[in-house]
Design a protein around this ligand. Structure first.
Ligand code: MTE
Ligand code: LUZ
Ligand code: MOS
Length: 759
């Protein structure tokens, strides 16, 4: 890899799944999706479709040789519907034809009849009917019931947050090809190669060693391909297995939007109490998660909501309860932040409500309650190297919070039809998979005898720059120019039992494993060099900038010569290494432990301007201070912060996913779903990184960056709400997101706004 993905993308040369050359005899698949949210299949007749030109097969659940089951945490998700359907967009059959157009067109000729039943789409209704994925869980600290008495202000209310479409540019896709002896090779656009390998093996009734999964890169995943890439790979593999020919399945945008899960909508209740001085004394919340029709990752996402329920604040008395409610919508799934953002909005709403009720500036209440070193989270872990106050205070010093607040208030005194609003958004996000076992990774490194290096890990490149980071880590460990190093595909034959690239841990885990493998090879090379330079102690030898050093001084030996010498002396130039994050553990019976290696902190100041006549608004500025550790690559981290921020703002201000009362998705095309574009992005954006910011708990003192900055976007919601209240101080504006122009205008013009959200 002489170049990074960056250069390839710019030149249009990067290969995505649909760019892979079609193997000889390759067929194309299209999936027939249920048009109904809930019902019984009364007729499924493929004959008319099979009669069409180019159609080779129509496969249903009856054609599955292994198990018709792709559930991972809970076994509740058939690959193809069997007798009943549970959500609109559920795969019912797969049509395989000589061309993609023929496969897609033939779906209309499959006679599918469904006797529909009334769907449940609301999580509270599902809860009331006892439709739960698992029993509710509660995290508690202190004595919340006793604490209310000492509060000077107690507020309670409700918060609703919406779903969010991942809108990865590359839709879900897979290409499966039969190899000899019943084995299969599968290329998949997945964040989880091992999950795909396991799913395909299970569905086809094969051992995992018969299935090789290979991933070059994704055109975005954002969590949407952590669990939900598996079904499409299984369907392509089913076709390849039954027909003995390669089968490619690429969803078009509308199918992808209908058939794949989104960020979970949540409906929540809160109660929060402040002392007269503004200290948070007690906090209670209930989260109703809209899981959709199958568990998918919902229980893990629910758990992270509990972990992040108090965000970056110290709350001595807490009780938060969360229920994963089964509805008749598409199964919702991982999305950047993984349930954390949904819970943090509730905490911020409760603080906002309480501060306003007490007549205190919201940001003063936020600031005085920030976590300090050694404070205990509701799950028992202590805040170590806590940077909540530091990022806030450095943001304040750099961006002058008080002056900005004054300027906004000033603006609002001078303008009637336009109002500005401001919010400060602190973030504290735990890094590690909350399922402790997943915090492991492996790497396989080969040094070829020309001195070039090939690195394989379980990490999947999806635009976040993980390959670039691992390459820099490997170059640092070996002491060579990064240009010598190439990151190979993620392949289950080279690196096994991989965790998904998720939870922002991709470079932490895989980078650490790659470093350990490189250090093993380096140690062998040091011995070879010591022998060649005729010194006893290999520790006197080092490699820096492609040159061999003896006691820190240049030795007459280059990297290439050293590698050659190692090869000729029959030294192993390959290494495999394993990394497991130390000091992790969580006791789910007690709901206490140390689930995270460390936390990422940051603070953003968001300013919004509202057009009170139109209900439209724009983000005037975002000024933020982010704790990025000692960055492996600052430009990559900056890109992650900017992208995550835009995505977070989009979730709360712009993007609206709606279902009708039959449980059918209202907006299933790119034209009807609004994603953040350049025009939507903040007019002014200042991103600064905390410095110095060591982190002994991750590779080279770096910090994970993928998800935490998403939550700065929450500030956009509260800044806009602040502007709305400047226009209508009488309003009891409900905490309902997204705060789209339509909803904003309804609020501004409603003579008597409802206290609680409309559904
Ligand atoms: N950035 C880009 N460009 N594309 C993506 O799909 N996914 C995000 C984040 N940044 C994503 C992204 C999510 S949800 C996660 S968990 C992390 O990247 C995963 O990669 P990492 O663990 O290597 O940071
Ligand atoms: N995936 C997962 C995640 O399986 N466990 C997690 O804790 C997690 N956190 C964030 C994003 N994906
Ligand atoms: Mo990210 S939601 O962990 O893929």
């Amino acid at each position: 890899m002489r170049t990074d993905d960056l250069q390839l993308h710019v030149r249009g040369e990067s290969v995505f799944l649909d760019d892979l050359p079609a193997p000889e005899g390759c067929l194309e698949a299209a999936v027939l999706l249920s048009p109904e949210a809930r019902g019984r299949v009364t007729r499924l007749d493929a004959a008319p479709a099979l009669a069409r030109e180019g159609v080779v097969a129509v496969l249903t659940c009856a054609d599955i040789p292994g198990e018709n089951q792709i559930g991972t945490i809970v076994q509740d998700e058939p690959l193809l519907a069997d007798g009943e359907v549970h959500f609109q967009g559920q795969p019912v059959a797969v049509v395989i034809a000589r061309t993609r157009a023929a496969a897609r067109a033939a779906r209309a000729d499959v006679r599918l009849e469904i006797a529909p039943e009334d769907p449940v789409t609301d999580p509270r209704e599902a809860f009331a009917r006892g439709r739960l994925i698992q029993p509710p869980r509660t995290f508690a600290l202190g004595d919340v019931d006793a604490a209310w008495e000492s509060c000077a202000t107690v507020v309670s209310g409700r918060v609703d947050t919406g779903a969010q479409e991942h809108f990865y540019l590359e839709t879900q896709a897979a290409l499966a090809a039969p190899a000899e002896d019943g084995t299969l090779r599968v290329a998949s656009s997945t964040q989880a190669p091992t999950a795909v390998q396991k799913g395909v093996a299970r569905v086809l009734g094969l051992p995992m060693h018969a299935v090789e999964v290979d991933v070059r890169r994704l055109g975005g995943g954002f969590g949407g391909k952590e669990d939900q890439a598996t079904a499409w790979a299984c369907l392509a593999a089913l076709g390849a297995h039954r027909l003995g020919r390669p089968v490619r399945l690429v969803l078009d945008r509308a199918d992808d939007m209908r058939a794949t899960g989104k960020r979970h909508p949540y409906s929540s209740d809160y109660r929060l109490g402040l002392s007269a001085e503004g200290d948070v004394l007690a906090y209670e919340a209930s989260f109703y998660q809209n899981a959709g029709a199958a568990a998918d990752l919902s229980t893990a996402i629910l758990e992270r909501s509990l972990f992040h329920a108090t965000n970056a604040y110290r709350v001595p008395n807490v009780r938060v309860t969360a229920a994963s409610c089964r509805t008749d919508l598409v199964p919702h799934t991982a999305f950047r932040g993984f349930g954390g953002p949904q819970a943090m909005v509730v905490m911020e709403a409760a603080l906002d409500h309480a501060a306003r009720a007490a007549g205190l500036p919201v940001h003063e209440v936020q600031r005085r309650n920030l976590l300090r070193e050694g404070d205990v989270f509701p799950y028992g872990m202590r805040a170590e190297e806590c940077r909540a106050e530091r990022t806030w205070d450095e943001a304040d010093a750099a961006y002058d919070l008080a002056a900005r607040r004054r300027a906004v208030d000033d603006f609002n005194r001078r303008h009637r039809d336009r109002k500005r609003g401001l919010a400060v958004q602190p973030v504290c996000f735990g890094i590690s998979f909350t399922n402790t076992a997943l915090n492991q990774a492996r790497a396989l490194v080969h040094v070829y005898h020309d001195g070039s290096v090939n690195v394989s890990t379980g990490a999947v490149e999806m635009g976040q720059g993980v390959n670039r980071k691992i390459r820099l880590v490997a170059a640092d460990a070996l002491g060579v120019d990064p240009a010598r190093i190439r990151l190979d595909t993620s392949n289950t034959g080279r690196v096994a039992n991989t965790s998904p690239t998720a939870a922002s841990t991709g470079s932490d885990l895989n980078g650490a494993a790659a470093r350990l493998a490189c250090l093993q090879i380096l140690a062998r090379l040091q011995r070879v060099a010591a022998a060649k330079l005729q010194v006893e102690d290999p520790a006197r030898v080092a490699v820096r900038d492609d040159a061999v050093l003896l006691d820190g001084d240049p030795a007459p030996l280059t990297w290439e010569e050293l590698v050659q010498a190692a090869y000729w002396s029959r030294t192993d130039l390959s290494a495999h290494a394993h990394f497991a994050t130390p000091d992790l553990g969580f006791d789910r019976a007690a709901e206490k432990g140390r689930p995270f290696a460390y936390h990422v902190y940051g603070t953003a100041v968001v300013e919004v301007e509202l057009d009170c006549l139109r209900g439209t608004s724009f983000v005037e500025s975002v000024h933020l201070m982010h704790d990025g550790g000692r960055s492996i690559d600052r430009a990559t981290d900056r890109g992650q912060v900017e992208g995550a921020l835009a995505q977070g703002l989009g979730w709360l201000l712009l993007e609206e996913v709606a279902w009708d009362d039959r449980g059918r998705l209202r907006h299933d095309t790119a034209g009807k779903y609004k994603v953040p574009d350049l025009d939507f992005c903040p007019r002014e954006l200042a991103v600064r990184f905390l410095d110095p910011a060591d982190n002994p708990r991750a590779v080279l003192h770096s910090k994970a960056v993928g998800e935490p900055p998403f939550m700065y976007g929450i500030g956009g919601f509260f800044a806009l709400r602040d502007a709305i209240l400047a226009a209508r101080p009488d309003l009891r504006a409900p905490y309902v997101a997204p705060l789209t122009p339509e909803r904003t205008l309804l609020l501004l013009t409603d003579p008597n706004p409802p206290e609680e959200s409309p559904k």
